[in-house]
Design a protein around this ligand. Structure first.
Ligand code: GRF
Length: 195
């Protein structure tokens, strides 16, 4: 049977993308990465894709218009027949048209226990608020930012003297386990439903 394909979107360093590739290599995630797409020309995720032999592409996010970016991604996803679009540190908001077209097929990971601390620098927000527990969430993407149905969460304690950076680093360790495992479980569930 053909492995389900993933199109991964990343804007930055790509450590979650790396964790996904490692899980595929280790055999804990039965999938293939069809393509890595970045909206940032200098994203480390693009070099990582090149190192790991994954087709990769920079697609510009034009000022004032995301239609061209989304049209290009749609074409790539449909051409490859990707089962899922995986956002891995993708720092842009996708339109309702785009997420509706791929409803139930776009996943994101966020470094907080949603619905708390949406948006940028969630670990910094958690430390500033003074919560004692934060964590990370894998969820389906809808048109509202960080608000789609939750697939999985892991809690991470906030320690005395934590800064946003220190908490973010401990959350990231958990992200690297949670994201590939949740993608694997979600694909298995879809397969069982014959989606
Ligand atoms: C992660 O903390 C993820 O939760 C958030 O952006 C960060 C991306 O990190 N959405 P990386 O690029 O995967 O290293």
């Amino acid at each position: 049977m053909k492995r389900p394909g993933l199109t991964v979107l990343a804007s930055g360093r790509g450590s979650n993308f790396r964790a996904i590739l490692d899980a595929i290599e280790a055999g804990t995630l039965t999938a293939r990465v069809d393509r890595l797409i970045s909206d940032q020309q200098d994203a480390a995720a693009l070099s990582l894709a090149a190192e790991r032999g994954v087709p990769a592409e920079y697609i510009a996010w034009p000022r004032g218009g995301r239609q061209d970016f989304e049209a290009a991604v749609t074409q790539r996803v449909e051409e490859a027949g990707s089962a899922l679009i995986v956002l891995a540190g993708f720092m842009r908001l996708l339109s309702a048209d785009f997420v509706d077209r791929f409803a139930g097929r776009v996943l994101n990971i966020h470094p907080s226990l949603l619905p708390a601390f949406k948006g940028l620098d969630a670990p910094g927000q958690a430390v500033a608020y003074g919560v004692k527990v934060s964590g990370c969430t894998v969820h389906l993407v809808t048109a509202d930012m960080d608000a789609g149905p939750i697939l999985a969460q892991v809690a991470v304690p906030v320690l005395e003297g934590d800064t946003g950076e220190r908490l973010a680093a401990r959350i990231l360790v958990q992200e690297h386990r949670l994201y590939p495992a949740t993608i694997a479980a979600y694909l298995a569930e879809r397969e069982a439903r014959h989606d």
